[in-house]
Design a protein. Sequence first.
Length: 294
Amino acid sequence: MYYIVYGFLRLLSFLPLAVLYLLSDLAYVIIFYVLGYRKEVVMNNLLTAFPEKTEEERKKIMKEFYHNFCDTFLEMIKMFSWNTEDIKKRFVCNIEVMNDFVGKEQNVLIVSGHYFNWEMTNLGLGALSKMPFVVVYMPIRNKAFEKIVYDMRRKTGVILVPATDFQNKVREHTKKQHALTLVGDQNPGNPAKAYWTNFFTKPAPFPRGPEKGARRGNTVVIYADFYKVKRGYYKCDFELLTSTPNEYKDGELTRLIVDKIENSIRQRPANYLWSHRRWKHEWKEEYRKMWVGK
């Protein structure tokens, strides 16, 4: 199974990008018009985030989102034949914000949102980083696909740690100085133990892990805003949030990260993963003690 799937994807990856983008456009028609994949979730999310926009404006964002969604997976196929230099030609970042800390006593935490194209960004940052670059990922259930995607994601030196066994596996790779990247808008497993704050127009829970880890390890925190410049080309803007996380009160750093994520989405709304059920947990008054909003 592995060799059949890998061989097929490898052959596809040698097709010109122009051809793969035609396939992406075809996939868009099927996913959006025929299957209607998570259209209700996407539209409800957009209504929650942008009630001030007209229905036509939200539909326009939705269609652009689905195009980006399809492009991401077709570009992922192309990555099977790209090498590190190919990635560097298509990905730019002010990486010095992170690399300036190489050789110093602090580790680095990079936080971002669910933006496109996360696969290209992880490979690009792995290629440009001057310190071990650790990415937390969710394993794929199918073992053949898991090995194929796992190998592709490691090709620029990225160190992968499964989210399903994060606490145990991360220790193997973080004994020396490193950069760890996490998504700051992941749905927490237990909303009762999460930070709560307004995300756009509605309360939402956010994981406490990034802030707790940063404060416990006196870790540098960098926000990553990455996005498509044009098809096949991406940019990542690093912003140093703090090198002294313990100066923040409980929840303040998380609130800052949420503000950054929301601002990025407002600038480029179609660049966000709207099929992600970000508001699936409903606010309860019993969560009041975990409220960190304004």
